[in-house]
Design a protein. Structure first.
Ligand SMILES: [Zn+2]
Ligand SMILES: [Zn+2]
Length: 370
């Protein structure tokens, strides 16, 4: 029996209660969580934007220690520190065999199978397959990556979603090269990671945009050369002023690559308008199914831009988490900068509110390791 944050229905508040975990089956492991980041995708699952069978324990950006292994597990042992991977690749499907493990057909299979029960026996599903807002979880052995040595688990947790996604969006999805200009819209955990990814890729200038003026300091510490305030009301006049500011910073052309980390039609349109002719507009934010983005048929031809979706930073956690950890070790990647609050599991509902308001970057749930 472990304490967990349970979502009973889309739109309902999460409730802290006890769940009973099943023993790890074949090819599964039990993990005692050390820390779990509160990601916008958890909010999207909680409000129904992302489909998630319920009741569910959310949480997918986490690290902890293996406490039990099922049969046929030879990749990790009891006592190993691990980072969770919410989209484990099967390594066998068509996408995996093409070197696109982030698009694996089976990446989200685990979220559809109950992994625990409530006190009345109701089956509980693991949010995004990982169920990390709980003292312990049971996941597929493929869903854990050995945690890098020398990195505190609370910072290693961030590598599992925000950092992998944000850095990957710039370095892998867009393949930004040294000297190219990058704009990042939305400075949560993913956006601040994208800013750092742009810096790591040698981009120049790196422009950070957010609706909250108070994010400027964080943006500059993450490596942004300039900060531009996004208007609350995306009316054409105000957005034109933003585009004008970006053109002033890029010799009149617009950026080589714009990375949208918000997930709304209006900010996708803004990101698109900041992109130079022939440049790339990468959409990382997860928006609503009914939030439609429109493009004029002529502008698609005239601007010759690419509009690119981004899943999990086009990354492979098994390959990329060690790389990111090395950058963290050398100080080129600042993980602690992303953490704006350290909280207990009971404070999760308040952390969701802060995330909704856009004022926080990452709230990190810390679990008692006793
Ligand atoms: Zn996430
Ligand atoms: Zn696959």
């Amino acid at each position: 029996v472990v304490r967990a944050a349970v979502l009973s229905a889309a739109g309902a508040p999460v409730r802290i209660t006890d769940v009973t975990l099943a023993a790890p089956g074949p090819a599964q492991v039990r993990v005692r969580l050390a820390a779990a980041g509160v990601c916008h995708s958890d909010l999207s699952a909680a409000d129904g934007t992302l489909a998630q069978p319920v009741p569910a324990v959310l949480g997918h950006e986490a690290a902890g220690v293996v406490t039990e292994v099922g049969a046929d597990v030879d990749t990790v042992r009891v006592g190993d520190p691990v980072v969770l991977n919410w989209a484990p690749a099967c390594r066998r499907c068509w996408f995996c065999s093409r070197g696109e493990p982030h698009l694996c057909e089976h990446a989200l299979d685990a979220m559809a199978a109950p992994y625990a029960t409530l006190s009345d026996g109701t089956p509980v599903y693991p949010g995004l397959g990982t169920a990390a807002f709980a003292a312990e979880t049971v996941v597929s052995a493929a869903a854990v990556v050995p945690a890098p040595a020398g990195l505190p688990l609370e910072l290693a947790a961030l590598l599992g979603c925000a950092v992998l996604t944000g850095v990957g969006a710039v370095t892998r999805t867009a393949g930004v090269r040294p000297g190219e200009s990058v704009a990042v819209l939305g400075l949560g955990g993913v956006g601040l990671s994208a800013v750092q990814g742009a810096r790591l890729a040698g981009a120049s200038p790196v422009v950070a945009l957010d609706r909250v003026a108070g994010k400027e300091d964080l943006a500059r510490r993450a490596g942004a050369d300039a900060f531009v305030l996004l208007p609350d009301d995306p009316s054409s006049d105000q957005t034109r002023a933003v585009a004008g500011e970006i053109r002033r910073l890029t010799a009149g052309r617009g950026v080589d690559c714009a990375v949208e980390c918000i997930g709304s039609a209006s900010t996708i349109r803004t990101a698109w308008s900041l992109t130079r002719r022939g440049g790339q507009c990468v959409v990382v934010g997860i928006g609503r199914r009914d939030d439609l983005v429109s493009f004029g048929a002529l502008e698609l031809f005239h601007f010759a831009r690419s509009l690119v979706g981004c899943v999990y930073g086009s990354a492979d956690p098994a390959r990329d988490i060690p790389l990111l950890a090395e950058w963290a070790r050398t100080g080129e990647l600042q993980l602690d900068l992303l953490v704006t609050d350290r909280i207990g599991l009971d404070d999760l509902p308040a952390a969701f509110d802060r995330l909704r308001s856009g004022i926080a970057a990452r709230s990190l749930v810390l679990f008692d390791q006793g």
